[in-house]
Write a protein that binds this ligand. Structure first.
Ligand code: ARG
Ligand code: GLU
Length: 733
């Protein structure tokens, strides 16, 4: 395989490389390749471990302590009894699910005082990585550059089926094949997924989410963003569904915790599951994100957020109902603002353009590479410019129909039901009856956190945004007619919709669904909210989606070739694949940064900073009385450093969404912190890592221990952890 020759060349080349490229360029590296690619760089930076200590398939290694938490976050094992640490915001949905007005664990925190008090979380999973294996040769067998994309896809799917029958796994394991480098390389990943995961502890939100959305993506930071869970296993220590008979899982490895603290310049690494990055895009793609897509998404979300925020502040029940949804929407809204700022101040686009000029010179200097890659960038230009209006409409659609207006989301669920019902012919009633429990279940969950007054306001604002924001030719005729009928008065339109629709309250909705299948379906189809939702879905499916998918497929293909071209033309450069929710290692050092002229941020924060930010009664910056008292009395125990409690720190580790909850480790592999965020301007690292301004944000593990012990009075949890002092080499235990 050509690709592999180049990879080999890279490996040879790096043996001679002296400069520390990776620390400068960021990178999220595949643990199974660290031995070949990175270990020297890491040891040069200060790592005291071997590659086998980080990743081994024969012996236990640090990888065995790393968990993919619920598929979206990272967590880690911190005891030999399955105790698991992750972020508060990763456990948030589960903590919320256990919360009521009477037992408000979001507000007051939760500490199980023994294993019987732990709370089960149906649906929550914890996945370990058993083995990562390069299977590129097997997966690309029979694939050639002349093939159409469809044929290529078919061949790859066939090869995956064959591979699945060849690789032997245990009954309790899973195998997944994943593309890397835009489909230039493939890895098989064997996993074990545990399903009995119980909530052990969480600080109150005034600690776990301190600073909330004002401080989100911001340094200096003072959030105690952690929560504790425990994995349970069958009596054979294997994955099992929830059962009272299950026992605490005994991991192959768990992380010792350092009590020695971190200092500027210390080596750090972050081991976890970064979700998605796109580091190798052409400049036109970044430009489209920055100038077209991000501004639109930011605009839509701020409109929704303003409405929901006001309602949440006025009503405690709405506050609980919308807390998790609001946090999710606000999170990326703010991220995109920072991303655009960072792309701007770092001159990301002109840098990328310069890179492209050099790359093209290189490509064109040789007739063979010129023939293969000479048109790549002009093809990108052409496709991205065609793509723009479809891409924009696609984003409007997913933001408005699938995220921010809740009855539209319900419409889409009902639309699927109606469609399948109608397709089922004489089996229709049977289909309806089998589907009903599932739909009921979905709706029950939905209405628990639904308030129609809130949604009505969002609907009014965002329907207008939709009509005014996308290309006129993409609009649903039905919606346009309705709006004409109401003389462009969106409030009147939503008055009617919300007065007459059954979707906006659970009683009407469940009554409707309890009718005979045919009359239920007939009623759904006449429902005014449903009709608007469906008109939007159909218009998208007919007018946007086909072209969107078609161009997107071309762009994907170009990107695969462009990726191969970059690797081929730069044999001395080490490339790391974009994040794809697989296990990665990144490393760097504890380091401050200069966000703008004359401003320097130190890399550490302390409890004193929490007191500086304290605003009594504020929903973001209130400090619980007990914490204030501990502060006053300086009851800091063994957690203080020079009389101060450390809270957060930043480093040059290259992380992204999905790395939340990832352990920050010291040079010996001890836990020193918990990754939970990045600095605002640095969030552009998803497209353009720049060591000058990209920093990840971690909670200091000493703050976590301090809160568990002194605030939560759950010191017994510390007894099962292994506390160490690597700098002073004194084992505390
Ligand atoms: N920005 C962090 C991440 O992307 C934290 C998000 C949760 N916190 C919040 N205030 N919404 O997940
Ligand atoms: N908070 C993010 C997460 O949930 C991590 C921050 C980032 O995007 O780097 O994964």
């Amino acid at each position: 395989m050509r690709f592999f020759r180049f990879l080999l060349l890279n490996i040879v080349a790096l043996l001679f490389a002296t400069s520390n490229l990776s620390a400068q360029d960021g990178g999220m590296w595949i643990p199974s390749l660290v031995k070949q690619l990175n270990i020297d760089d890491m040891q040069d930076m200060g790592l005291k471990l071997t590659a086998d200590d980080l990743y081994s398939i024969n012996n236990s290694s640090i990888k065995d302590a790393i968990v993919h938490f619920g598929g979206g976050c990272t967590a880690e094992m911190i005891s030999n009894q399955g105790l698991m640490l992750t972020n508060h915001h990763c456990g948030y949905g589960k903590i919320q699910a256990h919360s009521t007005l009477e037992n408000n664990y979001l507000k007051d925190g939760f500490w199980a005082m023994n294993k019987n008090e732990e709370l089960s979380n149906p649906g929550l999973t914890a996945t370990f990585i058993i083995k990562i294996e390069d299977v590129t040769n097997e997966i690309l067998l029979g694939v050639n550059p002349e093939m159409t994309e469809v044929d290529r896809g078919t061949q790859i799917s066939k090869n995956i089926v064959i591979l699945n029958s060849i690789i032997k796994i245990e009954k309790y394991q899973n195998l997944k094949v994943k593309p890397f480098f835009n489909g230039n390389q493939y890895f098989a990943i064997i996993t074990e997924t545990y399903k009995d995961v119980r909530l052990v502890g969480a600080p109150p939100s005034m600690i776990g989410k301190f600073g909330s959305d004002t401080d989100n993506w911001i340094w200096p930071r003072h959030t105690g963003d952690f929560s504790l869970f425990r994995i349970y296993a069958s009596t054979e220590n294997r994955p099992a569904e929830y059962s009272e008979e299950n026992i605490p899982y005994k991991p192959k490895h768990f992380l010792p915790i350092s009590l020695d603290g971190v200092q500027e310049g210390d080596f750090t690494m972050v081991y976890g599951f970064p979700g998605r990055t796109q580091e190798y895009l052409p400049s036109v793609a970044i430009k489209q994100i920055k100038d077209v897509i991000n501004p639109a998404r930011i605009e839509i979300r701020i409109k929704a957020l303003k409405i929901v925020d006001k309602e949440m502040r006025a009503d405690e029940e709405i506050n609980i109902q919308y807390a998790s949804k609001y946090a999710g929407i606000a999170n990326y809204w703010k991220k995109w603002i920072g991303e655009n700022k960072g792309l701007e101040v770092s001159g990301a686009i002109s840098k990328r353009e310069k890179y492209e000029v050099e790359l093209m010179e290189n490509i064109n200097s040789n007739p063979i590479s010129k023939a293969k890659y000479g048109n790549l960038l002009s093809d990108f230009d052409k496709y991205y410019s065609e793509f723009e209006k479809y891409n924009l409409a696609h984003n409007y659609y997913s933001e408005i129909v699938y995220r921010n207006v809740e009855i539209l989301k319900v419409s889409s669920v009902l639309y699927r039901l109606v469609n399948k019902y109608e397709e089922a012919g004489d089996k229709a009633d049977e289909y309806f009856t089998t589907m009903k429990p599932e739909i009921d279940n979905y709706l029950k969950g939905f209405y628990k956190n639904y308030n129609s007054d809130v949604d009505k306001k969002v609907f009014t604002t965002l329907i207008q945004e939709y009509v005014e924001g996308i290309d006129k030719s993409f609009l649903p005729e039905y919606l346009v007619e309705e709006i004409d009928d109401y003389n462009n008065n969106y409030t009147k339109l939503s008055d009617k919709v919300f007065a007459k629709s059954a979707l906006v309250n659970d009683t009407d909705m469940f009554m409707l669904l309890s009718k005979s299948p045919s009359s239920a379906i007939a009623k759904i189809k006449k429902d005014p909210a449903y009709k608007i939702g469906v008109s939007m879905i159909k218009a998208y499916n007919e007018k946007v989606k086909p072209k969107y998918s078609e161009i997107n497929a071309e762009i994907k293909k170009l990107q695969r070739i462009y990726m191969a071209a970059q690797i081929e033309m730069m044999p001395n450069k080490k490339f790391y694949p974009d994040a794809n929710s697989t296990l990665r290692i990144t490393w760097g050092k504890v380091d401050g940064y200069e966000p703008k002229d004359g401003v320097y941020y130190y890399p550490k924060t302390y409890l004193d900073g929490i007191m500086e930010k304290y605003i009594p009664g504020d929903y973001e910056f209130h400090v619980p009385e007990k914490l204030r008292k501990i502060y006053e009395e300086k009851d800091f125990g063994i957690y203080a450093e020079n009389g101060k409690i450390p809270v957060g720190f930043i480093g040059t580790n290259h992380t992204t969404g999905g790395n939340s909850g990832s352990p920050a480790l010291d040079a010996h592999g001890n836990l020193i912190g918990l990754n939970f965020d990045r600095v605002w301007e640095g969030t552009m690292s998803d497209y353009n890592y720049d060591a000058k301004i990209c920093r990840n944000i971690m909670v200091d593990v000493k703050y976590i221990l301090f809160i568990i012990d002194k605030y939560g009075d759950a010191k017994y949890l510390l007894d099962e952890m292994k506390l160490v002092r690597p700098k002073t080499t004194l084992i505390v235990d």
